[in-house]
Design a protein around this ligand. Sequence first.
Ligand code: FAD
Ligand code: NAD
Length: 450
Amino acid sequence: PQQFDWDHSKKTIAILGSGWAATSLLKELDTEHYNVIVVSPRNYFLFTPLLPSTTVGTVELRSIMMPMRYITRFKERAVAFVEGVCNEIDTKNKILVVEDNSEIVGEVSKQNIPYDYLVVACGAENATFGIPGVKDYACFLKEAWDAKKIRTRLMDCMETAAFAGQTEKEVERLLHMVVVGGGPTGVEYAAELYDFLKEDLASWYPEIAPKIKITLVEALPHVLPSFSKELITYTEKHFAEAKMSILSNTMVKEVKQKELVVQNPQKEIEHIPYGLLVWATGNTARPVVADLIKKLSPALQNQRRGLVVDEYLKVKGVDDVYALGDASATKWAPTAQVASKQGVYIAGIFNQLGRINADRHAIMADGQDPNVVAAQRIKPFDYEHLGALAYIGSDKAIADLPGNVHIGGALTFWFWRSAYLNNLFSLRNRVLVAFDWGKKSLFGRDISRE
Ligand code: FAD
Ligand code: NAD
């Protein structure tokens, strides 16, 4: 594209996304050897582990965001950033079709971006399993705007329930907060909501706060299926003590504007009225990824949740395309930890290839084949799991750590806090989050409805 400082003697790497995989790749990439262009519908990185905290104001949204231009402007050679959605990948002609889908569009709202190498790091979408009404009535919890919507709706439920003249039944419905999906997202959201209720809403809305009910609906027999048995029991006990209901073995069949239709463990249909519904049942492939999967050989691309890659994270069945993080289907769980390590790995591959290409003549003069040198230097992706952490409410957290260590409680909460503080993108983010925690302890959370 003309507006960028393009060096035509260099290869172009296009990166889809500004999430965990894309930013860790960008941080490590030596841009000396390439033209680099990043395409993403949002112009910032979002620290998702603290996203549940932003739904109730324990942490403010902007404290966990980092503008992409902070990263792209300060690389060795500036990296181009395009705020837009990639809707189509033409792997034959090596072109991306990108559209500006924001509210304000200029005279031009579509562009084709050529690439030599493509890194698909555009994450995943929320799975709804085609259940009717989910997209119309439920809130998701994946993006910054989801957290904002939840915070607004929650306060709307509170104020509407406090509106004089509501029937008892309607107040009960408005104050029923339902979370579908007992994975870490659903559990952490319910935990934050519980803290908000106990620490703030109870004193600001003393008449109605005791009527607030939090219910977690889970299709399997237990919540947190990826955690150890001890920590599952610990969490379920903690939820029971806090009077948060867990409806396990319960499948949602339909979502209506004011009620959920579920199949209970006895296989009977039940109707559950709700005021706020948060949907957190895991991931499915984004349309652009699903479209690419369809274009490739079904024998090689046989996973609906993402692109199948080889041990070097190259997408099977197509040249020069890599897939990382939640956009790929691998044996690892779709987590930030995996995505960021994959980003660092791919940066390492590009850095090696860039150096080998730059030293090409010297390598050949030495009697070696640059391709053989590259094959020797580039090792398959290897992942070392550092453990999983989750917040469960009342200043308690759980941690599954390597070496079969499973811990939970108040000390783990401080471990959780320090681990997340340490992992935040920049010093600026760390200071902002620490201030938010301090502010909450001093003044409580803000209950304004934006
Ligand atoms: P993402 O981080 O989702 O980034 C995808 C990027 O692609 C975004 O910038 C998006 O805007 C962009 N994009 C979307 N569509 C397009 C398109 N068509 N074209 C171009 N760009 C596009 N994992 C952990 O390890 N620990 C945790 O504590 C943890 N907590 C979580 C809490 C919540 C609430 C959630 C939702 C997830 C959590 N995860 C956690 C999981 C983790 O966030 C994901 O696994 C991780 O974000 C995946 O990284 P990614 O780069 O693949 O995708
Ligand atoms: P998940 O896939 O981990 O869990 C989804 C849950 O929803 C499952 O327990 C599933 O049985 C349930 N479910 C599915 N369909 C249902 C239905 N119709 N009715 C009721 N329940 C249903 O999803 P998630 O929690 O969004 O997490 C996504 C990924 O992000 C995972 O890899 C997770 O590990 C990661 N993550 C990690 C953390 C953390 O480490 N603290 C926090 C959030 C997310």
